[in-house]
Ligand binder design. Structure first.
Ligand code: GLN
Length: 449
């Protein structure tokens, strides 16, 4: 086991120049000491893993890929870090991410672009890009990410790995540097669906340190994995399929549907109202940025973070925050603060909450008559940085690009599963299911795999 971990560590170091996926390498000798207390039959015994750099690790620098946290060393472990350690996993590195989770490209990390192993010039996707890349490159078989809008599922799609965002509350978020608390989920990457089912068994469960965590029963997902879909009703989200431009991606999706039908699934195309799909992104921006402003008000150079000089407290905070955050993050804080002004709350924030409710009600309605909802995970293969999608605005493009927000608004489980290559680059299918029905999600994903 120790040999295996050391090899992974050596691989990560060797590939760092090419991939730029690591923010901090961890002292593996020290980590391996924990293994002595772990039973050899523990589910992840001796498995090397990486953690997204917003997961607090006691005594190990945790930056969330932001300059302001460049010197931050947590004094406690996230609950999932304890769980992983008890299961025998060994953390070899903290992985790069878009600063504070804000972004979908991993171009917004303080340590620079993360490179896609399929083509180093292309983006990895984000915000959990470093984690996705280290699994895709074969360095580790498993990595932790977080998903507020699609930050596990998008990089998984671009890098050709399995990426899971389980139900809201399934995995404790205690010790995760937050982005937007009503949307944040812990998620993770694996190389295959069976491992993904097993990983959830390790990570899931009620934690008294996270009041949003759920005490729902945790099934033996991996043992019950079954790709026979007889009697299962599957909805294809027509709004997304219609917005895909690349006919090869569409044809490949159609072939995959045939495969699911041959396993017994009843598949039909359904639509959500166009207005609701178009409202997804603006609603997300208002809610996520408002929550982010509140969550990050402690990064002020006084309690946390790099401190810049100033003549008084206010100046120190202003200088520290101005220098500590990139302009992309500051822009989001401005949007968030604007919708939090008392005079704007009714027309922006509260309205966004009401729209979110209408969207979630419509989404839930789809599951009244279906067990799972499918769509293409991303409308294109991994783009080059200059084609990057963060700022593009055509309505149909935005629907195809942002539909996975449905999983964060509702909290329903949702995952990306690789479905093939186009021009040598991965594409993926997004599978979603009812709250706490990850089993159906895994079963459908298994049939796609
Ligand atoms: N791309 C989205 C954003 O920029 C989602 C990020 C995430 O899930 N953390 O906010």
């Amino acid at each position: 086991a120790a040999e295996n971990v050391k090899n992974a560590y050596a691989d990560a170091q060797r590939l760092q120049k090419a991939l730029n996926a690591v923010v901090t390498f961890v002292d593996v000798e020290a980590q391996l000491e924990h293994l002595r207390d772990v039973d050899e039959n523990a589910p992840l015994y001796g498995i090397p893993i990486v953690l997204k750099d917003n997961v607090s690790t006691k005594g190990i620098r945790t930056t969330a890929s932001s300059r302001i946290l460049d010197n931050y060393v947590p004094v406690y472990d996230a609950t999932i870090v304890k769980k992983l350690r008890e299961a025998g996993a060994i953390c070899i590195a903290k992985a790069s991410m878009d600063e504070l989770g804000m972004g979908g490209t991993n171009l917004n990390a303080y340590t620079g672009k993360v490179n896609n192993p399929y083509d180093l010039e292309r983006i990895s996707g984000g915000s959990s890009g470093g984690s996705a890349v280290l699994v895709a490159a074969g360095v580790v078989p498993m990595a932790i990410g977080t998903d507020t809008g699609d930050s596990v599922r998008k990089p998984a799609a671009y890098c050709g790995v399995v990426g899971v965002k389980p139900t809201y509350g399934r995995i404790s978020r205690y010790g995760i540097i937050p982005y937007a608390s009503s949307l944040d989920h812990v998620g993770y990457f694996n190389t295959n669906v069976k491992d993904a089912a097993k990983t959830l068994e390790v990570l899931a469960g009620r934690d008294d340190l996270d009041m949003t965590s759920s005490s729902a029963h945790i099934p033996a997902f991996s043992e019950q994995l079954n790709s026979d879909l007889h009697g299962k009703r599957i909805a294809v989200l027509g709004n997304v399929q219609d917005a895909i431009q690349d006919t090869r991606i569409k044809e490949q999706f159609t072939a995959m549907i045939k495969k699911l039908e041959s396993r017994g699934a009843i598949v039909e195309t359904v639509y959500l109202k166009k207005e609701l799909m178009e409202a997804l992104l603006p609603t997300y921006y208002i809610i996520s940025n408002a929550e982010a402003v509140a969550n990050h008000s402690n990064l002020d150079g006084i309690r946390f973070g790099i401190r810049e000089a100033g003549d008084n407290l206010e100046e120190i905070m202003i200088h520290s925050r101005t220098k500590g955050f990139s302009s992309a993050v500051r822009k989001r804080f401005v949007i968030g603060s604007y919708s939090l002004f008392v005079e704007n709350q009714e027309k922006l924030l509260k309205k966004a909450h009401r729209v979110r409710r209408v969207i979630v009600d419509a989404y839930r309605e789809l599951f009244a008559s279906h067990d799972a909802v499918l769509a293409v995970a991303a409308p294109t293969t991994a783009p080059y940085p200059n084609e990057s999608v963060d700022e593009q605005l055509s309505a149909s493009y935005l629907i195809a690009e942002n539909h996975m927000l449905l999983g964060n608004f509702s909290g329903f489980p949702s995952m990306s599963v690789p479905s093939g290559l186009i021009d040598g680059l991965p594409i993926a299918i997004n599978v979603s299911a009812k709250a706490f029905d990850e089993q159906t999600m895994f079963n459908v994903a298994k049939a796609i795999e």
